[in-house]
Design a binder for this molecule. Structure first.
Ligand SMILES: Nc1nc2c(ncn2[C@@H]2O[C@H](COP(=O)(O)OP(=O)(O)OP(=O)(O)O)[C@@H](O)[C@H]2O)c(=O)[nH]1
Ligand SMILES: [Mg+2]
Length: 461
């Protein structure tokens, strides 16, 4: 599929750099380059595909040399977008690039929108949707492992796994539909056929893939960790200690922090987004109450919570409320102020949370901080022992949700088979599962989803 118009954009980052690249894609790409580019040697004309030529960019009327550049043409379909693509590699000045780009536009190209080149690559069947999304992951990678995963997804590892599931389910659907055809003759679906076995196998595969999501997401985006606790527990002191700078205000007054303070650190290669929050208690005024309400919603959205207790005072109702409220989350329990006499009842705490032994720290003096960092790394649960090879990891929420939807359909399909329901019911569920899986690879995706995916890209990619 060739889209009508020709698009152009600066493909390299904004800002001064050694080189900057202008990329042009579409039917007019070659013509535009011919109008603006003068190769140093006339013998270079006509330009061959996939060769780099030295020359100048010359703006017409009045003829003005804009830069000395390298230029190339990549003829369709052997290009990133699958269309004719031209690239001008010029010097990487912001103004210079803008100047050359505006000449390209004046010569007939349209400025590209975010992710439009990759969208064209997808629409022209150069890459699947999961691969297009891997391009974004590769550009925005935050961890080394995250980059490995993105690369393997770009090479099609995830799409292959999803296609494998689709292939098997299509097989099961064909078997089911055969029995539908025979329904008039009163042949119901034979449970002894391969269908339940295929279904079971697909469900296991899908569940295994889903189980990698939590870790995959952390490799892709890093870990978000909220520091929560009652007022004066030392949350802001801990944030400062972990950051190594006096970022948040610390004071003896309970209720000092009212809003979130967010900062990033790296723990053994994992980016951790720390959020210091307002102390949780019965709010004294509207502002404090709103702050506390927001803490709870932040807790609901984060990957893990660091529950901070003050070891120098007894366990309070607020502590119990926070512990109860974070039970569903991955939690790190820390007792702060280890430099002061321990008043907090450790036994009562142990009875409350037997599965979560607390770490004793002093935010003020730095005691226990290396151990805390280790625990943060541990909570990311990056289980190096598990089979978490890059091509078997799910990192993208959209993929996870589609896979969950597919799995739910398969569960209902299994139920239908078990209860001897009509093969039509089963086939219906299977078709829905196939559609959900197709959304991952792009077979059954609509414009709205494509808009959402590609609008996150930068212009020029
Ligand atoms: N002795 C001792 N004092 C600490 C320690 N950590 C924090 N403090 C003190 O406890 C008080 C409260 O500290 P903050 O860090 O402001 O506590 P917070 O949890 O952010 O409090 P709010 O913002 O009010 O919710 C300050 O006086 C700190 O100096 C510690 O490890 N040891
Ligand atoms: Mg504070």
């Amino acid at each position: 599929m060739i889209l009508g118009d020709t698009i152009a954009a600066v493909a390299t980052a904004r800002g001064p750099g050694g080189i900057g690249i202008i990329r042009i894609s579409g039917p007019e790409a070659e013509g535009i380059l011919r109008r603006l580019f003068r190769p140093r040697r006339d013998s270079a004309l006509p330009m061959e595909s996939h060769r780099l030529y030295l020359g100048r960019v010359v703006a017409p009327e009045p003829e003005t040399v804009l830069d000395e550049v390298l230029a190339t043409i990549m003829k369709a379909p052997h290009s990133y977008t699958g269309e004719d693509v031209a690239e001008i590699h010029c010097h990487g000045g912001v103004l210079l690039l803008e100047r050359i780009l505006s000449e390209v536009v004046r010569s007939g190209a349209r400025p590209a929108g975010p992710g439009e080149f990759t969208r064209r690559a997808f629409l022209n069947d150069r890459i699947g949707l999961a691969q297009a999304e891997a391009v974004w992951d590769l550009i925005n990678g935050k961890t080394e492992k995250g980059l490995d995963i993105a690369l393997s997804h770009l090479e099609g590892a995830l799409s292959d796994r999803v296609q494998y599931l689709r292939y098997n389910l299509t097989e099961a659907l064909a078997l089911a539909e055969t029995s539908i055809d025979f329904c008039d003759e009163d042949v119901s679906m034979d449970p002894a056929t391969n269908v339940p076995r295929i279904l079971e196998h697909c469900m296991e595969s899908a569940s295994a893939l889903l189980s990698t999501y939590r870790e995959g997401k952390i490799w892709r985006d890093g870990l978000s960790l909220v520091i929560a606790g009652k007022p004066n527990a030392g949350k802001s002191s801990l944030l400062n200690r972990l950051l190594g700078e006096e970022r948040a205000i610390v004071s003896t007054h309970p209720g000092t922090t009212r809003d979130f303070i967010e900062e990033g650190i790296t723990v053994r290669g994992i980016p951790v987004r720390l959020t210091d929050t307002a102390g949780i208690r019965q709010g004294r005024d509207d502002v404090e109450e709103e702050g506390i309400r927001r803490v709870w919603s932040r807790i609901a959205a984060c990957d893990a919570v660091l529950v901070l207790l003050d070891g120098s005072v007894p366990l309070s109702a607020e502590d119990r409320e926070i512990i109860a409220g974070t039970r569903e989350k991955k939690t790190l329990l820390c007792i702060n102020k280890a430099d002061l006499p321990g008043v907090l009842d450790r036994e009562a705490l142990g009875a409350l949370l037997p599965e979560c032994p607390p770490l004793e720290i002093s935010a003020k003096f730095g005691t226990g901080i290396p151990e805390l960092k280790e625990a943060v790394y541990g909570i990311a649960a990056l289980e190096e022992t598990r089979d978490m090879t890059a091509d078997r990891i799910l990192t993208n929420l959209r993929h996870k949700e589609a896979l969950e939807r597919a799995l739910r359909c398969l569960e209902r399909g299994r139920e239908a088979v078990a209860q001897g329901m009509s093969p039509e019911c089963f086939a219906l569920e299977l078709r829905e599962a196939l559609d959900a899986l197709g959304e991952i690879t792009g077979e059954t995706t609509n414009e709205e989803i494509l808009d959402r995916i590609f609008s996150r890209f930068c212009i020029g990619k």
